[in-house]
Design a protein around this ligand. Structure first.
Ligand SMILES: Cc1cc2nc3c(=O)[nH]c(=O)nc-3n(C[C@H](O)[C@H](O)[C@H](O)COP(=O)(O)OP(=O)(O)OC[C@H]3O[C@@H](n4cnc5c(N)ncnc54)[C@H](O)[C@@H]3O)c2cc1C
Length: 369
């Protein structure tokens, strides 16, 4: 049985980023992915990269924003760092206010984000229309714009990490689901579909499934699997400047490098079923989007799918040490692509130094005990 320094369980953006950063520091690492690459949320998300994280306001949001800022910066350098195009583009992001309740909330957030030095400016409907004349100024009452936020193609992020891992002579084993992790005298034995593996240290990066493995070792991480639908259109001429959002309806829309409009709205019931897609979602998305950009009224939608956002009770991730040699990174809700390059770097440092990096301290996975 080959012995590794670290086995990473889960080959989504998080697991791959941790593995890549450990390899950069000379560790012998192996990744076990239970499914195909991009099977999890990483292959199902929108790839909007935002520093203005709206979660846990008043309760640790500053820590989230610091991590997101670092993630935004590292995402921008990922293509040149790995030699693989992640289709990163600093497109900016415009958060829309359609009614007074939206505006009140966004003004409060604006004060908070400005106090943290984030680059956010309030624009009137007329200013928005002058900048992006496809937006109907009568459909909104205000907008909060950050030019430094960005997009990346999540598949590109995965390819970048997988290639960088391969270049360092390590492997991402697909279709090899881990069923058991046991403590041994000098580390851990990991049992997967295709065999058993020995490692000094283990990182569990299985998103909403993480607790199924950590609980075997006595560490429950409370995670709610919140499902979210996504749609994508036929490709059209690239015209959309910033990604668009409305926080109160969980609406997001962006345009891919191929020209498709990709978007989401609302939450589904919690659960693990990825086979469900609803016409209500399609209608609600159109009702939100078309008044803002009327030119999209005849757009053909070609596909819908569902993804899972792993939410913790306090909306912050669970990342760090659970026990000697046992680490977890999960609970990134709908903002994990932004965070992945930062978390990978900080968690690798934490593992190597056996000391939690200060930026990860607020996200201690043992805080739920
Ligand atoms: C609809 C939607 C939209 C989103 N939009 C954005 C966005 O615009 N911007 C953003 O930053 N984030 C967004 N997110 C969030 C982002 O997708 C996630 O936070 C991120 O992908 C989480 O990465 P991960 O590696 O933790 O999880 P995953 O990508 O889910 O990876 C976990 C992996 O673990 C594997 N696994 C599970 N159990 C086992 C096991 N027992 N053995 C081996 N492998 C196992 C799974 O197969 C999976 O591949 C969105 C999420 C959704 C669902």
């Amino acid at each position: 049985m080959a012995k590794y320094d670290v086995i990473v369980v889960g080959g989504g953006a998080m697991g791959l980023s941790v593995a890549y950063n450990l390899l950069r520091k000379g560790k012998k690492v192996h990744v076990l992915e239970g499914d195909y690459l991009n099977a999890g949320s990483t292959g199902r998300n929108l790839g909007v990269l935002k520093a203005r994280n709206p979660y846990a306001i008043g309760n640790g949001n500053k820590d989230l924003v610091k991590l997101a800022k670092m993630g935004l910066k590292l995402n921008a350098g990922l293509s040149s760092e790995t030699g693989i195009n992640t289709f990163h583009k600093t497109s900016g992001c415009l958060i829309l206010a359609k009614d007074e309740a939206d505006l009140k909330q966004l003004k409060e957030y604006h004060a908070h984000f400005k106090s943290m030095g984030l680059d956010e400016r309030e624009l009137s409907p007329a200013e928005i229309h002058r900048k992006w004349n496809y937006i109907d100024p009568d459909s909104i009452i205000s907008g909060f714009y950050s030019p430094s936020e960005a997009n990346a193609h999540p598949f590109g992020v995965v390819w970048a990490y997988v290639e960088a891992i391969r270049k360092r002579k390590a492997q991402v084993e697909k279709q090899n689901r881990v069923s058991k992790i046991e403590k041994t005298s000098d580390g851990y034995k990991v049992t997967a579909e295709k065999g058993e593996y020995d490692a000094t240290e283990v990182v569990v990066a299985c998103a909403e499934r993480s607790s199924e493995l950590t609980e075997q070792l006595g560490h429950k991480v409370p995670l709610k699997p919140m499902r979210k639908e996504v749609l994508i259109s036929e490709p059209i001429r690239p015209f959309l400047g910033p990604s668009l959002e409305r926080l109160s309806t969980h609406f997001q829309a962006t345009q891919t490098m191929r020209g498709e409009i990709m978007g989401t709205i609302d939450w589904m019931d919690p659960g693990y079923d990825l086979g469900e897609s609803s016409s209500e979602f399609l209608e609600h998305f159109a009702d939100e989007m078309v008044p803002v950009i009327p030119v999209l009224s005849n757009l053909n939608i070609i596909r819908q799918w569902t993804g899972i956002c792993d939410q913790t009770p306090d909306d912050k991730p669970a990342v760090g040490k659970l026990d000697e040699g046992l680490y977890v990174t999960c609970g990134y809700n709908d903002y994990g692509i932004t965070m992945a390059p930062a978390v990978g770097r900080l968690l690798a440092k934490t593992i190597i130094n056996d000391e939690t990096d200060p930026m990860l301290k607020p996200f201690d996975p043992l805080r739920f005990k």
